[in-house]
Design a binder for this molecule. Structure first.
Ligand SMILES: O=C(O)CCC(=O)C(=O)O
Length: 281
């Protein structure tokens, strides 16, 4: 639920400039440690279901689980988290929803994510999106926030790697000798930190050589007129408890045209912002 705390965490000019120019933004300590521990409980449960199904051979496999929001109320609560969500509307505006979500568990011993020929799988998000645009650079259509639940403050912990500034590049050089592309860095974060990254930013996951299981919750935001990447399966008992803004963020519109029209009756986030004197185009 939105309240006046959100208004204390609007995106700053510096943060917006950083995100626009480099394609990512790290925010430290956005989740309190007790919430991090609470969030780990359903994550571990979902991961255990996978291990039970796959057996012991999956113990060292990276686990990618799509459309996790509906699995627990605590996950839905992150959609409009007061320390991060104001920056979401500060980047994309108010005609937004969560088009995609996934959680990742990367146990010790997980190999790096690689492509068909065994090289690190550097990629941009959302499949065909940047190619289909046919203009360069394509506009920003979507981005993700990853909330870290584990300590990946040092390299070697299955870190998320990025090439800062590469969101404006059609491609990057991908070395074939096992080295990193020029400018690539590991994103090092503590539990409770969040990373915003532009869908166009080139990124990948490296191997986990540590004894710490990496856990991250990824929530994607896009314009409401963009098709969802997931089915977005929210159980009615969770959906019905959501206020209209959360329902918007979960993809609800009273009528299909409401995702395009921008009228107040279709846009609860816009109405709330204007009531609180935040006017966005
Ligand atoms: O596991 C990671 O750090 C990489 C995540 C990723 O590639 C993605 O969210 O598209």
């Amino acid at each position: 639920m939105l309240d006046t705390r959100h208004l204390q965490h609007l995106i700053t000019d510096e943060q917006l400039q950083h995100f626009n120019e480099l394609g990512y933004l790290i925010l430290e300590d956005v989740l309190p440690q007790d919430l991090v521990r609470e969030l780990e409980v359903p994550v571990d449960r979902i991961h255990q279901e996978y291990l039970d199904e796959k057996g012991p051979t999956a113990q060292h496999s990276n686990f990618f689980y799509r459309d996790f929001l509906g699995r627990n109320q605590l996950f839905v609560d992150l959609l409009d988290w007061y320390k991060t969500f104001p920056k979401v509307w500060g980047i994309l505006g108010w005609n937004i929803y969560s088009y995609h979500s996934h959680l990742i568990v990367t146990p010790p011993g997980s190999p790096a994510e690689v492509d068909d020929v065994g090289l690190l799988r550097w990629h941009q998000d959302s499949g065909r999106l940047t190619k289909d645009m046919k203009i360069h650079p394509p506009p920003r259509m979507a981005f993700k926030i990853v909330y870290w639940l584990s300590d990946c403050s040092e390299p070697g912990r299955g870190n998320f790697y990025i090439v800062p500034g590469s969101h404006l590049r059609k491609t990057i050089n991908k070395p074939t000798d096992g080295s990193l592309p020029e400018g690539a860095i590991p994103v090092c974060c503590k539990p409770g930190d969040a990373v915003f990254f532009d869908g166009r930013l080139w990124h990948c996951r490296n191997r986990n050589e540590s004894d710490i299981t990496r856990k991250g919750l990824f929530i994607g935001y896009a314009f409401r007129w963009m098709q969802a990447m997931d089915y977005i399966t929210i159980p009615p008992e969770i959906f019905d408890r959501c206020d209209p803004i959360r329902q918007q963020l979960l993809g609800y519109a009273a009528r299909p045209g409401g995702r395009f029209s921008g009228q107040d009756k279709d846009s609860p986030l816009k109405v709330w912002l204007e009531e609180h004197e935040v006017f966005l185009e």
